[in-house]
Design a protein around this ligand. Structure first.
Ligand code: GLU
Length: 208
């Protein structure tokens, strides 16, 4: 289990996300990634194997900006350390997810989702979560209802930060057996989530 950082602000939050990942580096990890939504609801993801600096280099080479985003350092539990297994994982309909923890019934759920037509691009337990949320979301549920319904089928531990391209001003967060903190700046105009308080920017002064 490794690190999660998420942020919403009225400015580009990519530097805050990368800085948060750097502060969580001491925990150890094999890969890192970030996903952001820009003002028009376009989802952009960058993932790399190795150090956060390699992720930063990839972002420098392919400018990535947004005022809402999620980021992750991965310690592989299901699937080798690789770019395709690095988080965030995304669904075809614009959901993006970062996950700390382990999903125990991922094999059964993956088989059911494959039978329903879903294709998987990674070996992770995490991609099962995003596709299961997508399954209910496509069926007409709101993102919150789709997340809650998907989680009622999931066994295991999870801290999740989730973006949905169709609701570009909202980050959905949930935890069960894995830590996730929510923090706000003094004026409430800047919000972060992190798997531990070291991931927060210094402007975050209130925690939930
Ligand atoms: N089980 C997930 C994976 O292997 C999450 C690992 C983590 O917590 O970093 O991708």
């Amino acid at each position: 289990m490794c690190g999660i950082v998420g942020a919403i602000a009225e400015r580009d939050i990519v530097p805050v996300l990368i800085e948060g990942l750097r502060r969580l580096e001491y925990r150890g990890y094999d890969s890192a990634g970030v996903a952001v939504l820009d003002g028009s609801g376009h989802l952009k993801r960058v993932r790399t194997v190795g150090k956060v600096q390699i992720l930063q280099d990839a972002i420098d080479a392919s400018p990535t900006h947004g005022s809402i985003g999620i980021a992750h350092t991965r310690w592989a539990t299901h699937g080798v350390p690789s770019e395709r297994n690095a988080h965030p994982h995304i669904s075809e309909d614009g959901l993006a997810i970062v996950h700390n923890g382990i999903i125990e019934n991922h094999d059964e759920l993956r088989a059911e989702l494959r039978a329903a037509g879903y294709e998987f691009t990674s070996e992770t337990d995490t991609e099962v979560i995003v596709n299961l949320i997508s399954y209910f979301y496509k069926d007409g549920m709101t993102p919150i209802d789709a997340i809650q319904t998907a989680l009622s089928h999931i066994e295991g531990t999870y801290a999740l930060a989730i973006l949905c391209a169709e609701t570009p001003d909202t980050m959905y967060c949930v935890r069960h057996g894995s830590p996730l903190l929510v923090g706000f700046s003094a004026d409430n105009r800047f919000m972060m989530v992190s798997s531990e308080c070291y991931g927060f920017d210094h402007k975050i002064t209130k925690y939930v």
